[in-house]
Design a protein around this ligand. Structure first.
Ligand code: S3P
Length: 206
């Protein structure tokens, strides 16, 4: 019995990474955490990885070192993920797919799920948020609309799967993602399967 479990454990550590992309506030962290449980693999947030490496928050990085410096670190992180042989779930920062050099990297890393929301839905979720330096401006909703217009083509180019994550319940979104992964040949572990994968426990305002 134990041996069988061990065998299954190995089986579920195969396959491509799952990569979550989408605008700020699109639900990448909360969906990533739920998928981590369902897919029995660890979840990592690349912003958090960068913050840990640099020893400062993204806001501090923008203020002290500048956005360009941060964008360079995003590309470095994608290269690092590409070398990671254990399949995981990675959530990327909202601006990562926009970098032209990042797009081919993202596409080679794994299966890419784009969580799509309207600008108004994003605004509803991020009103009052102070952790996104790009939205600390006089008219954040106008900024969201502009950025979304500019970025949507990049998100769509990178995506293997597009999910509208505006008004649906989280469980429905998870079920939709799992169905679409199965359609692409992914094997979804049974609920009873247990492994020791450790998740990134980032607390993030979404
Ligand atoms: C950014 C999104 C943020 C973070 C940084 C820049 C962006 O990540 O990387 O503030 O350019 O959209 P989230 O999408 O996880 O909020």
């Amino acid at each position: 019995m134990i041996e069988t479990k061990h065998k299954k454990n190995k089986e579920y550590t195969k396959g491509p990474h799952l990569v979550l992309i989408g605008f700020m506030g699109s639900g990448k962290t909360s969906i990533g955490r739920s998928l981590s449980y369902k897919l029995k693999r660890a979840f990592y947030d690349t912003d958090k990885m960068i913050e840990e490496k640099e020893g400062m928050t993204i806001s501090e990085m923008f203020a002290v070192k500048g956005e360009k410096y941060f964008r360079g670190l995003e590309t470095d992180t994608l290269r690092q993920i590409r070398e990671d042989k254990i399949p995981r779930i990675y959530s990327l920062g909202g601006g990562t797919p926009v970098g032209l050099q990042n797009q081919p990297l993202i596409k080679t890393i794994g299966t890419v799920v784009y969580l799509r929301l309207s600008p108004e839905e994003v605004w509803e979720r991020l009103k009052g948020d102070t952790t996104r330096p790009l939205l600390q401006c006089d008219d954040p909703l106008a900024k969201i609309r502009n950025l979304m217009k500019l970025r949507s083509p990049a998100y769509e180019r990178c995506a293997d799967i597009i999910i509208d994550n505006g008004s649906k319940e989280r469980d429905a979104v998870i079920a939709e993602i799992l169905n679409k992964l199965e359609d692409r040949g992914w094997e979804i572990p049974p609920e009873s399967f247990i492994n020791a994968s450790k998740s990134d426990d980032t607390e993030k305002n979404e």
